[in-house]
Write a protein that binds this ligand. Structure first.
Ligand code: GUN
Ligand code: ZN
Length: 375
């Protein structure tokens, strides 16, 4: 059940305040943190090919247990040798455990000590998901990092509910670890507790003794304000083990990555860059650009002259705005590719700033420009 400590070694290379740069070793390769993980919910990062992901320096891809167990079923993925064989993305994967998706997609029918029962969004049948079943599916999918089956309460939720839910999440963690059988996969625990610091403390107290090879901060970015989210991240990250990766789930926007990195977070994932790209928005050093607005339609320069992605090297804003308006599929594809590259470059710049001991001044300079340019 326990994996070789060296298989998932986390070597911190440099530090600046609470932030750190580290090498995280996984069976499918070593990644450098802080990193942003593109979301490939259904075994594909929407509109972006594996080669394109490699070209923009993606390191680890997130996939979802919930979606893949319903369609095409984990058996088919396993028959391809797991996610890398199925998707042709050769690098490391992380799978989320499914509980969050069941709840956020709103098909939840019943949550009990045993697990959750929900209605499939694919064919309407009733499906069970439990800690044991989640680990079974995640072992078949074969990601390098798998997540504990947890409950992420909605926001807002009664404090009392969040308190009892986090205790159940710990009992579910224990069940996940009991059935876990593949040493080449690292199972990360998830700390819950919403925006209540005393509940975060309780969750940490119960979760840390399991000594999982990495830990996630869950239950955030679910509708609370940034003024509520950041203190919860700060409080939790500071109390997580220094020698293991810290993963802030479902975050986020560029400013959240910058803030999270400064607070000691190592891993992030979010649908934001690809989703906002599909909606016609491009992230630039001068803020988010709406390609549906009138200005870009006549601009002959690239989305972001400082970006080295395929879209910025080959296309003008005017051409991409044309594609978006004409509803040509290359438009959202190129905006997704560019936005992912923007976030990879952002965390790369943050890593360089940490190594140079200049994270704070870099972050201030970045934010001043990003928010001044925002429309
Ligand atoms: N994705 C975003 N937040 C969460 C969370 O709290 N739990 C899980 N499993 N996934 C998430
Ligand atoms: Zn670009």
């Amino acid at each position: 059940m326990r994996q070789n400590a060296l298989m998932f070694e986390f070597q911190v290379e440099s530090r600046d305040g609470r932030a750190r740069v580290a090498q995280f070793h996984t069976p499918r390769g070593t990644v450098t943190t802080p990193m942003f993980m593109p979301v490939g919910t259904q075994g594909t990062v929407k509109g972006v090919s594996p080669q394109e992901l490699l070209d923009i320096s993606s390191q680890m891809i997130l996939a979802n247990t919930y979606h893949l167990m319903l369609r095409p079923g984990e058996g088919l993925v396993k028959a391809h040798g797991g996610l890398p064989g199925f998707t042709a993305y050769p690098g490391p994967f992380l799978t989320d455990s499914g509980g969050f998706q069941v709840m956020s997609l709103g098909h939840m029918r019943k949550i009990t000590e045993e697990g959750v029962v929900f209605k499939s969004h694919v064919d309407g049948r009733m499906v069970d998901l439990s800690p044991e079943r989640s680990v079974e599916v995640q072992e078949a999918l074969g990601a390098d990092v798998i997540m504990a089956f947890d409950e992420c309460p909605p926001f807002p939720a009664e404090r009392e509910y969040i308190g009892s839910s986090l205790e159940r999440t710990v009992r579910w963690l224990e069940r996940c670890l009991t059935v876990k059988s593949r040493p080449e996969q690292a199972l990360f625990a998830i700390v819950q507790g919403g925006i209540h610091l005393d509940l975060r403390e309780r969750s940490l107290e119960l979760t840390l003794p399991f000594h999982t090879p990495g830990l996630a901060i869950g239950g955030l970015a679910v509708g609370e304000s940034k003024e509520e989210m950041y203190p919860a991240v700060a409080f939790t990250a500071q109390r997580l083990p220094d020698d293991r990766p810290r993963y802030l789930m479902g975050v986020g926007h560029p400013e959240d990555l910058v803030a999270g990195i400064a607070l000691g977070v190592d891993m992030f994932d979010c649908v934001y860059p690809t989703r906002t790209g599909r909606f016609g928005y491009a992230l630039t050093h001068d803020g988010r650009l709406n390609m549906n607005s009138s200005a870009p339609r006549s601009e002959l320069g690239p989305i972001d002259p400082e970006c080295d992605c395929y879209a910025c090297r080959h296309y003008s804003r005017a051409y991409l705005a044309h594609l978006v308006r004409a509803e040509e599929m290359l438009g959202p594809r190129m905006l997704s590719l560019h936005n992912l590259r923007y976030l990879h470059r952002l965390v790369e710049e943050a890593r360089q700033a940490i190594s140079a001991g200049a994270l704070q001044s870099w972050a201030t300079t970045w934010a001043r420009r990003y928010f001044k340019g925002s429309i």
